[in-house]
Design a protein around this ligand. Sequence first.
Ligand code: SF4
Ligand code: SF4
Length: 103
Amino acid sequence: MTRIAPPPRGLPAWQEIPLGGIVAGPGNSHEYLTGSWRTRRPIHDPGKCTSCMICWLFCPDSAILVEEERVVGIDTGHCKGCGICARECPIEGAMVMAEGGSY
Ligand code: SF4
Ligand code: SF4
């Protein structure tokens, strides 16, 4: 029989640690601001953008802001800076990644 070693002195036992990674309800991801995770940031150029919506389609965080069928910017509260939008954008310079997480 395998014995579980006791936790080091001063640390809680595994039974005392709160459960994590639980999605308590549907559609609540907008309540969790994840933009501070970013180390790089997308820069959108509305002068070059054709609003083809490819970046909107690919963004895993639904962070591409759209108004009246036009891309109008980035939701900085949720964009994690993955760079997929810039990678998939077919128009040179319309969406590029820059160093630094904040705007
Ligand atoms: S993929 Fe590029 S051109 Fe298309 S909507 Fe996004 S930024 Fe604009
Ligand atoms: S960098 Fe990633 S998370 Fe941020 S807008 Fe582009 S695709 Fe979405």
